[in-house]
Design a protein around this ligand. Structure first.
Ligand code: SDX
Length: 376
């Protein structure tokens, strides 16, 4: 019996051809394409096609794929009523986990697991998560719903439905880049969750619902909200160093830093830092970026030797704030993006499936006698 690896640290759980990470060198590739290339030249829709098909689309394929997404933007009949019956103070991550699960009841073949069916279900979820989030935000804010516009991209349409007006091109482009950067990332906890569930031959809706539950955690996708809370807590640039060192002294984790795989700079953070800096300057939030940079400098001195660097969540917080997203929609935006990667992994799992069922090293007692109640 080999020793148990806590948190499966260092365990290779499967093979994949979707994304590659070199934690020492800070490399991330989607289907072999460096993340920097995709962040600079691709779009979210094109990146999802890449993740689902293992290659970039030609012009006609991208147009057809984009049309397939856009025709699914609107919710199925009945979903809107269900959404508008939720408590207005429901938390968005609980809402989206619940409503993605509810989408399965509007699919006449929710358990069909052939690849074409899985792709169709993935399109349903990918197209409707932004609509569900925007509708819910308008509903809880007492504002009229804004119907999706099929002439807009996923990023543009989400901001349009959320704010009731077309986003500035710089804002829509920034969100699109964020969606590309957040789309996939190897066997992170939520992706692993989706694949473990799918290995029982369950269904796409259940797999994505479970993955949302995982991403919600503050050690995973929930960290971007934690970063913003931290930035708001630090009263000034001058108070930043003491704030960080005090937390480290208490062995508190600094949100947005550290990673199980990256022991160098997260390549996504490199792009998000530039995005955050530019958007902060454009929106009069430079103090937020300067505070972030100061936190990074303090952490570099204090803990970089332990391989603790900014991860994807650190600068996405400032970026999302500058785009104008409400704080409790930061992690839900991560969901919008990661549905692309989760679906790719669910399809890969079903293409060469083996039930996940690890062994466990039992450390409890043996030969214990049953004690009757009278003797207890
Ligand atoms: C994401 O897996 C993925 O790919 C995830 C993700 C994706 O795209 O799907 O990249 C997205 O989830 C990014 C991570 C977001 N989470 C956070 O920012 C939360 C703060 N980070 C930490 O909780 C932590 O770094 C983890 C959870 C991300 C990784 O934790 P590990 O690998 O279990 O490392 P650990 O907790 O065992 O820490 C090792 C050492 C410890 O010090 P010692 O006890 O050895 O002295 O590093 C320290 C930790 O105290 N440490 C930190 C720290 N992270 C680790 N110290 C201060 N602040 C931190 N953030």
């Amino acid at each position: 019996m080999p020793m148990a690896s806590k948190g499966l640290e260092g365990i290779v759980a499967a093979e994949t051809k979707i994304s590659f990470i070199d934690g020492e060198k800070g490399v991330l590739e989607y289907i072999g394409i460096p993340i920097g290339e995709l962040a600079s030249h691709s779009t979210f829709e094109e990146t999802v096609f890449l993740l689902w098909n293992g290659r970039l689309p030609n012009k006609a394929e991208l147009a057809a794929f984009t049309a397939e997404i856009r025709k699914r933007y609107e919710l199925p009949a009945g979903m809107e009523q269900r959404l508008l019956a939720l408590p207005r103070d429901a938390k968005p991550m609980h809402m989206i986990r619940t409503m993605v699960s509810a989408l399965s009841m509007h699919d006449h073949t929710p358990d069909a697991n052939d690849i074409p069916s899985l792709r169709s279900k993935a399109l349903n979820i990918l197209a409707r998560v932004p609509t569900l989030l925007a509708y819910f935000h308008r509903y809880r804010s007492g504002m009229p719903l804004v119907r999706p516009d099929v002439n807009l991209s996923v990023a543009e349409n989400f901001l349009y439905m959320l704010n009731g007006e077309r986003a500035k091109p710089t804002m829509a482009k920034a969100l699109d880049v964020c969606l590309v950067l957040h789309a996939d990332h190897g066997f992170n906890n939520s992706t692993f969750t989706a694949r473990v569930l799918m290995s029982t031959q369950s269904d796409m809706y259940s797999a994505i619902t479970a993955a949302i539950g995982s991403l919600k955690g503050p050690l995973h996708g929930g960290a971007n909200e934690g970063v913003m809370v931290m930035l708001n807590e630090i009263p000034s640039l001058e108070a930043t160093e003491k704030y960080v060192l005090d937390k480290l002294a208490k062995k508190d984790k600094i949100m947005g830093f550290g990673h199980r795989i990256y022991k160098s700079y997260d390549p996504r953070a490199t792009h998000l830092q530039v995005l955050a800096k530019d958007l902060a300057a454009e929106t009069g939030n430079s103090s937020l970026f300067e505070k972030s940079k100061k936190i990074e400098d303090v952490m570099a001195t204090a803990v970089a030797a332990k391989g603790i660097y900014p991860n994807v969540d650190f600068y996405s917080a400032t970026t999302y704030h500058c785009i104008g997203l409400p704080l409790d929609l930061f992690t839900p935006v991560f969901v919008i993006a990661r549905v692309g990667g989760w679906a790719a992994h669910v399809i890969e799992q079903m293409s060469d499936n083996r039930l996940f069922r690890p062994d466990v090293d039992y450390k409890g007692p043996h030969g214990v006698k049953y004690t009757p109640m009278s003797a207890r």
